[in-house]
Design a protein around this ligand. Structure first.
Ligand code: FES
Ligand SMILES: [Fe+2]
Length: 430
């Protein structure tokens, strides 16, 4: 097996404008071990959205950063993330994907926990000594959990900065996305789950990559042109900008060629929708002023929150997270996010848009999956050691088809992956 040192996996030559990533980063099991320790255990990781557990007792079970957890709203109304492992001898206590429950009963020896995580039932409890303490045996919780505008994050790093500080410039874009709604945004019921035979970082790159839009998604662009009114040539020059948002987060924000069911009309929405979308536009302008409202309704953004959350507000909004199973395999979970007060008709329009482009059976995602798997296959040629990510490096104002947003991810990744425990300790002391 090739031995890989994390230092030197990146060439970042700002003077000459060259940026390269060593392809070992995509195929090395040693690097994946370091990523688990130094990235996924150290950062804030997206766990779910408060709207998924609206009522007391609602729960969803899922894997977050590779661990089985339960996102649950307790009977006390509070949202928690519980570690899905029985404090008796280990079994998962919740094996349903979602539902509403007062308790979780472990299937192994039937210990019972309430939806706040407390141990409330132990068959044959009289067999235990005085030292047996139910309180101590509540379900575990990650050391940190915080949320911002409904987005719930957890961290296994007890000393991490607050979520708000961590989000840095990404907060502005979560605000832009959430300001589409007066009542708040909600996750639409239903989850897309798929997997890709490729390294997880290829999906980070792809999700914020404006350069691949036209060549990879020709079919979708042709479809938009055919159903009405989109000039495919506009797609190659998406007017907008790529931005480094701090802490490894990045975004491309641009004026899209497609319609947006919030308030950007396109011919394929039908004439009847025009007046209504204009009225929504006016309403949002009245709340926030013309400039912010324009960005909320008319602009699209692909937002990358380090390390593995993507919120793409394109024709619909997708919330996408993923985690590596092995260096060449990832599991992906995605949801649609929408304004709570949206009419059923507009919701249908949104979901049609969502499935057509973003769904794993749509016009775009299968093409992306194919390209990512194709890159991973290409990486078998070890003689070709580097991937080039230098586009726009010497440009003062990087475009959406440049690669600044991708370099932003990689720079942070490299900082963390090379952060030995000793260096981390020294940084804390300073
Ligand atoms: S492992 Fe859960 S009750 Fe025994
Ligand atoms: Fe794509």
């Amino acid at each position: 097996m090739e031995h890989v040192a994390p230092e030197g996996l990146i060439i970042d030559n700002r003077e000459d404008g060259l940026f390269r990533v060593n392809r070992q980063a995509f195929r090395s099991p040693e690097i994946l071990t370091l990523e688990r320790e130094r990235v996924f255990e150290k950062c804030w990781i997206y766990a779910g959205h408060e709207s998924e557990v609206l009522q007391p007792g609602d729960f969803c079970s899922r894997r977050v950063a590779g661990r089985p957890v339960i996102l649950a709203r307790g009977s006390d109304g509070q949202v928690r993330v519980l570690l899905n492992t029985c404090t008796h001898r280990g079994s998962l206590v919740c094996r349903e994907h979602s539902g509403n429950a007062k308790t979780f009963q472990c299937p192994y020896h039937a210990w019972t926990f309430n939806n706040c995580g407390e141990l409330v039932g132990v068959p044959g409890e009289d067999a235990y000594s005085e030292a047996f303490n139910r309180k101590e045996l509540a379900l575990g919780m990650p050391p940190r959990m915080e949320s911002y505008r409904g987005f719930v994050f957890i961290s296994f790093n007890p000393t991490i900065e607050s979520l708000l500080d961590y989000l840095a410039g990404a907060k502005e874009f979560l605000d832009l996305i959430c300001d589409q709604s007066e009542d708040g945004m909600e996750i639409v019921h239903g989850t897309q789950v798929y997997s890709i035979r490729a390294n997880w970082k290829l999906l980070v790159e792809n999700s914020i990559d404006g350069y691949h839009g036209l060549p990879t998604h020709q079919r979708y662009m042709a479809f938009l042109a055919e159903i009405g009114g989109i000039d495919p040539s506009t797609v190659s020059r998406l007017r907008g900008e790529a931005k480094d948002l701090g802490n490894g987060h990045s975004v491309i924000e641009y004026e899209p060629p497609w319609g947006r069911p919030i308030a950007r009309w396109a011919p394929y929405f039908g004439e009847a929708k025009k007046a209504e979308l204009e009225a929504t536009q006016k309403k949002i302008e009245a709340r926030f002023g013309a400039e912010w409202a324009y960005r909320v309704t008319q602009m699209s953004c692909n937002l990358q929150i380090f390390p593995n959350l993507i919120v793409n507000d394109i024709m619909a909004v997708t919330v996408r997270t993923f985690f590596p199973v092995s260096p060449d395999h990832m599991e992906v979970t995605a949801w649609a996010l929408a304004p709570k007060e949206e009419s059923p008709e507009n919701r249908a329009l949104r979901l049609d848009n969502f499935l057509t482009f973003l769904g794993p059976g749509g016009f775009a995602t299968p093409d992306d999956v194919e390209m990512l798997e194709s890159c991973q296959k290409g990486f078998l040629n070890r003689e070709v050691m580097w991937s080039d990510i230098s586009r726009g490096m010497k440009r003062a104002k990087p475009a959406t088809t440049d690669e600044l947003q991708i370099r932003t991810f990689w720079r942070r990744w490299h900082d963390l992956i090379t952060l030995t425990p000793a260096r981390a300790e020294a940084q804390r002391a300073a």
